[in-house]
Design a protein around this ligand. Sequence first.
Ligand code: ADP
Ligand code: MG
Ligand code: MG
Length: 529
Amino acid sequence: MSQARFASCIPLPLEHKVLVNVIEKAKDWALMHGVGMRDKKHFTKDAIQIAPFVLLPSPFPRTEFTKAIELQTVLNELMHKVAHNEEFLEHTLQNALQVDEFTANLYDIWVKVRNEGITQPISLGMLRSDIMLESRCPHTENQCAKHTPYCSWKQVEINSIASGFGHLGPSVSLGLFRSDYLMHTADQNRIKQVEFNTVAASFGAISSNLPAMSRYILRQLNRGDLIKNMPENRALSGLCSGIIEAYDLFGIPSAVVLFVVEEVSYNICDQRFHEFEISETRPDIMIFRKTLNEIYEETELNDKKQLILDGHPVAVVYYRSGYEPAQYPSSREWDARLRVERSTAIKCPSIHYQLAGTKKVQQALAAAGALERFMGSSAATTRVRDIFTGLYSLDFDENGERAVEMAIADAERFVLKPQREGGGNNLYGEEVRDALLRMRHSRERAAYILMERILPPLVSGYVVRPGAPVPPQVVDLVSELGIFGVIIGTKDKIISNRQVGHMLRTKLADADEGGVAAGLGALDSPYLI
Ligand code: ADP
Ligand code: MG
Ligand code: MG
């Protein structure tokens, strides 16, 4: 099986002295522009340290980047419709709810709020669709007999193909025809969706600073000529425009905005940048940061169901916490969540949006006929289906049994995912087999979905980490691109829908997961090829 390799934007390795020098400059740039996080090991509110980053921007095919950008509003609308389709959510989640207490708690709140009557019909979605390039040959072995030399070929230099087919040396030496070569590689490195985040989708703010950081680094390396291939990123202002628009729709001048935050915010730069941006754009909007426990203690619902904080009605509640079980250590946090959902505040996300972002819903949307239900049989439907990779239910039916057998027989091909967010929850390879053997006859398995593992193209690069030895080694990396979207609307009407920016994060090629906040991935910027 071939895993394509992209050429890095500058040939590596860099000369030792050049590398040490540019890393020192890059680290200072990062620190002074908030490409940082708080130190988990030696926590203090008085300091931030650099967030891990990739020194040189990673290559990403321009056509696939454009495709991802163009698809975002289609995906936003799809998720908006899914979030507002009670029957679909209920049907899709019913088995998982039996065995997944966290999702069941969210679901119970949704049912309670619906039964009481919706006080705020408008939802604000600040979404992020995550994708990877699939570098595997999409053909089955039989289909691909003609292309066998390509499929076993380990390192395909895509860059050189994109730049005018000038570098056909390897294919010529393998005795292959140019047309075959192009036909084959044209099917590779297409975007595939990893997941769709509807709650606390982070790193839009810091990522907006990264193109400037890459520009600085490239100039220090005398490669300012490469800057033209780096797209601008305005995710921060785009995401904040969503909060501001929702605030104006709420329409009460004395109202405030509430960020729901963790007990300790390590990813403080990313969060605070939103506050700074809103304060600069709209000095009239006051923002509070509160934990769920503080919301429990400090807020109340008045007779108009307004959420009152510090004497002000809350217009918009933006969750940067509340997406994982550990963030609800007691019933107080759940009570706080219910209070917010009951209120007239515009929630980002509303509870049904959070449910629509579960892995189970992603899997259900990949089932035959599901997309048509929401989008009809349009060209857009085909484009969305095109980015789905194999997704399988593990329910107790014929399909579920087949999926279990398939995964046990060929575990390396799959990822096993529970209904969780925030990284570090999935199982890979041998763990998939072990877990499925253990859960084969247990209802517990319905809490998971099975997903085809995506194998992105490799690129060589340097990862700069706080406290790590300088200079770092050249390592093999793979990237995951996130596209941000903002959507505002009610069940029947979409008021705004836009694509607002992107983030690229990159991890060691042999690491299973790459969350930056989880300490595995590194911030990056796309270099379009
Ligand atoms: P979470 O909501 O916890 O972020 P994800 O579905 O994004 O869950 O999975 C976490 C990480 O695991 C991803 O960022 C990616 O690095 C890896 N991953 C998830 N699904 C796949 C897949 N199908 N193929 C390859 N890697 C995957
Ligand atoms: Mg997620
Ligand atoms: Mg993710």
